[in-house]
Unconditional design. Structure first.
Length: 368
């Protein structure tokens, strides 16, 4: 498909967030075009239109540019895209006709509910004024709505920035643990007596024999196979943990990073776990009887890393949960309390049977 004269078309080979952002830019451009054809524009209106056009153009440039490793880590493309989109939204809200303000008010209040706290004075003032005006936003509250939308957008950008920072921490952790695991393998090949020998066990007398993960003599391959079995155990535990893992619509693949972190951690857990057994810290497990037992315990320790990475998963879910969007419910303590206790509304329907998600909650309030 060829782009229109404004250059708005979602690239076929781009990521999902590119597609959504490109479609939204096209929608905002249509709003600007509709405002422009109204005619009889004042100088102030023309300047706002020009500024909005520049901002949408900057968003298109960011979306159509080439993604690099540096931009992916820093998030410069995502930040530039949404920063310009949000500023263009403010211009359009300032230029919206009195008739369109009613619908803009719905979106502004919904976004303020999602991203601003219950004690935010701008949100509370806007809600109060709109409630007193019959659930409608008119020109008297335009400046207040602009301020509320600006603050909500800034909060949304900060939420996305925190998620990117957490993703980068995960990537650095994956890199560092992988490097440590590789160095231990290299060390095992360079000096088997220093590392690989610690993974071998002696059977009790009188028929004392030495059992290594592979063979009877320590070698660098012992370290490698122990880490491999630990990695397999971590992969198995990660596959099981998928039942509790949620996807994300953000441009940062945090769930995948959480899964990747398990692999090197599992490999290291297998090595360190066997060293703990070799050191006699676990009563009754100071000696293993065969190489198969050594590898079996390496697999067990690889699975056991889940006790550590589960805590990281919980933090990841919390960070992802803080990035709110239209498909998310509003963070309202009173609503959550009502849902938890199964309270009923005026029409006798349990609140927890209504999923107050997205814009529908505000629309339902307007109908009531």
């Amino acid at each position: 498909m060829n782009p229109d004269e404004a250059g708005d078309v979602a690239g076929q080979n781009r990521s999902s967030w590119h597609q959504r952002a490109s479609a939204y830019v096209a929608e905002l451009q249509a709003e600007l075009d509709r405002i422009e054809v109204r005619g009889d524009l004042s100088d102030e209106t023309k300047r706002l239109l020009e500024k909005a056009e520049v901002q949408l153009h900057a968003a298109r440039e960011a979306l159509n540019g080439r993604d690099t490793l540096r931009s992916s880590i820093s998030g410069s493309v995502v930040d530039r895209t949404w920063a310009n989109i949000h500023r263009a939204e403010l211009c359009i809200l300032k230029l919206a006709s009195d008739k369109d303000l009613t619908w803009w008010g719905t979106e502004v209040i919904a976004r303020a509910r999602q991203h601003l706290g219950d004690e935010d004075p701008i949100r509370n003032e806007l809600e109060s004024q709109v409630d007193l005006n019959g659930k409608k936003l008119d020109a008297r509250f335009r400046d207040l709505a602009v301020r509320a939308l600006r603050e909500a957008n800034n909060a949304q950008d900060l939420e996305r920035s925190r998620l990117r920072s957490f993703r980068n921490i995960l990537l650095i952790s994956v890199l560092l643990t992988s490097v440590i695991a590789v160095l231990i393998v290299v060390w095992g090949y360079a000096n088997p007596e220093a590392i690989a020998r610690k993974l071998c066990f002696d059977s009790p007398p009188p028929n004392s024999k030495t059992f290594c993960p592979i063979g009877i003599n320590p070698a660098g391959g012992d370290v490698l196979i122990v880490e491999f079995f630990g990695l397999c155990g971590a992969a198995l535990a990660g596959a099981v943990s998928l039942r509790n893992m949620q996807g994300t619509a953000t441009p940062y693949m945090v769930p995948i990073c959480l899964l990747l972190l398990r692999l090197p951690v599992g490999a290291l857990a297998a090595i360190f776990g066997l060293l703990v057994i070799q050191g006699g810290f676990v009563p009754g497990f100071s000696n293993l009887d065969s190489g198969a037992q050594v590898l079996a315990w390496a697999l067990v320790f690889g699975v056991a890393q889940e006790s550590v990475t589960r805590l990281i998963d919980q933090q990841g879910k919390k960070v992802i949960g803080n990035v709110r969007g239209p498909s998310r419910g509003f963070d309202n303590d009173s609503v959550e309390k009502s849902v938890n206790h199964g309270e009923k509304s005026a029409d006798g329907v349990a609140l927890n049977s209504r999923r107050k998600t997205g814009w529908r909650y505000f629309f339902n309030r307007r109908r009531n």
